[in-house]
Design a protein around this ligand. Structure first.
Ligand code: ADP
Ligand code: MG
Length: 453
């Protein structure tokens, strides 16, 4: 993919999103590079990036695919001036973790750290105070620390935020320390690549040379045998040398299916803390912090009393959704030049509010879908692979993903303990079929109405 291709993609986008959107959102994007399926762009402000990711990310990805570029993900980051991000932050953004001054630094590059994810921007409440305290302690790096620190909790509750905060803090305190943060997926990718390139020795050396190793979403490598094996060895080697390890997962070690017992039990040696679902006070706190930040960005934009309380009360799924709602609200209000009132919020966020409104349960979805297709409820969770059963089951998976805030692993559990990849496959299958099968899309519409009504 070259600048030229991006030029063509932009023309397609212009047709697709319209001139106004194009000028406001697409034109300011600056294409930087494409590697490992990730297309990267710089954006003028973090808000710009969030907005484009949310509203045009899929368009961009699709158009790039259409032009022959293999893109699985698009990423936006704020354009840097020198080494500091040109952060539009209301409060001064902390400097990003300075890259340690060593030789083959590129080798040590982990997944990128979000400069906004610091302890400063993390709002502490009852549900996350323990996790926060533990993270702080590890970041301060006292003599006795918890090794490993294992953070777990549902989607969007702040695991990644806390891990980045630890990395920022350690690097700020001890610039000479080698901190490596990466997703478990990256870990696996690197491992497989090293195997392929017969570089396994340098892979091992690299991972054993860090002072702090942080692996995010470790449930990802459960069941992936050779990667797990390698992870286990790395892990042991580092713990033996007293190096700090921080790990996150979407559930407790013992509950991760396919995770080897010896790994699970090794994890138990450290400190395991969970992030609980948010409560009203925490949600309100987060909204207030964010709103403060946006008020800095949109001078003159007013927000009526009660709006944040309303949102904290109504949007209970996770912090990511909550943030998304506020982002959209501010953008919308600034575009139409109006004060943010309850009315405007209800208008602008109708879909999100509706989604959090209906408390559709997975059980309900399974029951209704089974009834509709005339199959037994037990077949929904049973092992039968017959099309006549498997298809309705996929329909139910799809609806569960659409209508409930449950994560793929959670949905998998309600479907007889199926793996999250099975659920993802089912959801994709239905999405595909819907495009061509009008009977199916009618069925779905009807079921959806039934469930929401
Ligand atoms: P997870 O990794 O647990 O899925 P993230 O750390 O990615 O969740 O958090 C999702 C979003 O919510 C991020 O933008 C993060 O900054 C924000 N967030 C989560 N918890 C908090 C918090 N306590 N204070 C401020 N922002 C939060
Ligand atoms: Mg995360």
């Amino acid at each position: 993919m070259t600048e030229d291709t991006w030029g063509q993609v932009r023309e397609e986008l212009l047709k697709r999103v319209g001139r106004n959107n194009y000028l406001t959102w697409i034109e300011p994007l600056h294409f930087t590079d494409l590697s490992e399926g990730v297309a990267r762009f710089t954006v003028p402000t973090s808000f710009h990036g969030e907005w484009v990711a949310r509203n045009f990310g899929d368009h961009i990805r699709r158009e790039m695919l259409g032009s022959g570029a293999e893109v699985t993900r698009v990423e936006f980051s704020v354009a840097r001036q020198g080494s500091r991000p040109a952060a539009p932050a209301a409060r001064p953004a902390p400097a990003p973790a300075p890259a340690p001054q060593r030789g083959a630094e590129d080798d040590l590059a982990g997944s990128p750290l979000d400069y906004r994810f610091t302890f400063d921007t993390f709002v502490v409440g009852k549900p996350n105070q323990l996790a926060h305290a533990a993270a702080r302690r590890v970041a301060e790096g006292g003599p006795v620390s918890f090794n490993p620190l294992f953070l777990y909790g549902g989607v969007g509750l702040g695991k990644t935020h806390l891990m980045h905060a630890i990395a920022h803090e350690i690097s700020a305190r001890n610039p000479e320390k080698r901190v490596l943060y990466l997703s478990a997926e990256q870990f696996m990718y690197r491992f497989v690549q090293a195997l392929r390139d017969k570089q396994i020795m340098s892979f091992k050396e690299l991972f054993r040379s860090v002072d702090v190793l942080m692996v995010d979403d470790v449930q990802f490598i459960a069941g992936k045998d050779s990667t797990q094996e390698e992870f286990f060895h790395t892990f042991n080697a580092l713990v033996d040398q007293n190096r700090q390890i921080v790990i996150s997962a979407d559930r407790a070690p013992g509950e991760i299916k396919g995770l080897e017992d010896r790994i699970a039990s090794r994890l138990q040696c450290g400190l395991i803390v969970d992030l609980h679902p948010t409560d009203y006070e925490l949600r309100l706190g987060i909204l207030q912090t964010k709103a403060e930040f946006y008020r800095g960005q949109y001078a003159g934009l007013k927000i009526a009393p009660g709006v944040l309380e309303f949102l904290a009360h109504r949007i209970t799924t996770n912090v990511r959704v909550l943030e998304g709602a506020l982002t959209r609200l501010f953008a919308f209000a600034s575009l139409v030049g109006r004060e943010i009132t309850l009315d405007l919020a209800q208008d602008c966020l109708a879909d999100i509010l509706r989604a959090s409104d209906r408390k559709v349960t997975i059980e309900e979805i399974q029951r209704k879908v089974a009834e509709h297709y005339n199959i037994r409820l037990s077949d929904m969770i049973g092992p039968k692979r017959l099309r006549a059963v498997a298809r309705p089951r996929q329909v139910a998976m799809y609806l569960a993903k659409q209508l409930t805030p449950r994560s793929l692993p959670e949905i998998g559990r309600r479907f007889g303990g199926r793996d999250h990849t099975t659920i993802m496959h089912g959801v994709r299958k239905i999405e595909e079929l819907m495009a061509t099968d009008s009977q199916l899309s009618d069925d779905l519409q009807m079921l959806r109405r039934l469930l929401e009504g």
